[in-house]
Design a protein around this ligand. Structure first.
Ligand SMILES: [Fe+2]
Length: 295
């Protein structure tokens, strides 16, 4: 396996290895896992991807999420990201699928609004537009490490609220349905996720975050906006240009990403599998301590 760094201080392509090899072979998994902990975004090119093969690879990293209500693929282990309607044609710009796609163009980390957040997402390109439709990544680990040590310390002891309806509300007020709101109540997570494998902290932020626990709402929102801007500053991102056969996986604890637009008449079809974080990934340290625990 060859590791080729791609981005500004993070992201790498893994060459001479297939998803099937990582799924089947302990040594290949160990090498890929070490690269994942180090580089946060891993690119595999020229893969022969099937749903089953993608899932077998993803399962190596932990338990797969079951797709939430209201998403294509609900109840399975696959999220289907598509702008192709039931009639086989590309949907119009005001269609729910197109609006959801627009919400994906806000900087975010996957599943921070769920009861169990995600360790990693694995995304494979099935149909790609001729241009545009890239996925752009930033390292929230490097963003954290750019901050003043006193600020780092304060953030490490702060907790942010995340809500799916909040990010969707930025696109359209009723984009999150009543069913989704009921299934996905707001969640509170520490603002810094420390990786147990290397001890490095990362900002845990997303378009889903809207408030800081115990902080005046306006001041909390201002802090979130400032941290988001600093984390996504010009020159800090890796932009992935998708080709058929590409698979990209990223560490949701240490990155944010956003989809980039493409011309509306061209179809795009991507399939995502998402792996939940576990105690071994540092999950227990992320929860708001209960008042009883502090006494
Ligand atoms: Fe995403």
């Amino acid at each position: 396996m060859e590791i080729v760094p791609l981005g500004p201080g993070f992201a790498a392509e893994l060459r001479c290895v297939t998803l099937a090899e990582v799924a089947a072979d302990d040594a290949a998994y160990a090498a890929a896992r070490a690269a994942f902990e180090e580089y946060s975004v891993l690119v595999f090119r020229g893969q022969e991807v099937t749903d089953e093969g993608q899932l077998a690879f993803s399962r190596r990293f932990g338990p797969p999420e079951v797709t939430k209500v209201g998403s294509l693929g609900t109840g399975t282990h696959f999220v289907i990201l598509s702008t192709i309607g039931e009639d086989g044609k590309v949907v119009p710009a005001d269609h729910r699928l197109a609006l959801r796609n627009k919400a994906n163009q806000l900087w975010h980390t996957d599943s921070s609004f769920k009861r169990v957040p995600a360790l990693t997402s694995v995304l494979s390109a099935r149909i790609v537009p001729s241009r545009g439709g890239e996925t752009e990544y930033v390292s929230t680990r490097l963003a954290f490490e750019r901050l003043d040590p006193a600020v780092q310390k304060k953030l490490e002891n702060s907790f942010a609220w995340h809500d799916y309806a909040h990010s969707r509300g930025q696109i359209s007020p009723d984009l999150a349905t009543p069913e989704e709101r009921a299934a996905l109540p707001p969640q509170c997570w520490r603002l810094v996720w420390r990786n147990p494998a290397n001890g490095r902290g990362a900002l845990y932020l997303a378009s889903h975050s809207y408030a800081i626990e115990g902080v005046d709402p306006a001041a909390g929102k201002k802090l979130i906006d400032e941290l988001m801007s600093a984390a996504t500053a010009l020159g800090t991102s890796y932009v992935h240009n998708w080709q058929p056969g590409d698979v990209v996986m990223w560490d949701n604890r240490a990155t944010m990403h956003r989809g980039r637009p493409w011309s509306a008449h061209e179809p795009r079809l991507m399939v995502r599998t998402t792996i939940s974080a576990t105690a071994a990934d540092g999950l227990a340290t992320m929860r708001l301590p209960s008042p009883q625990a502090a006494e």
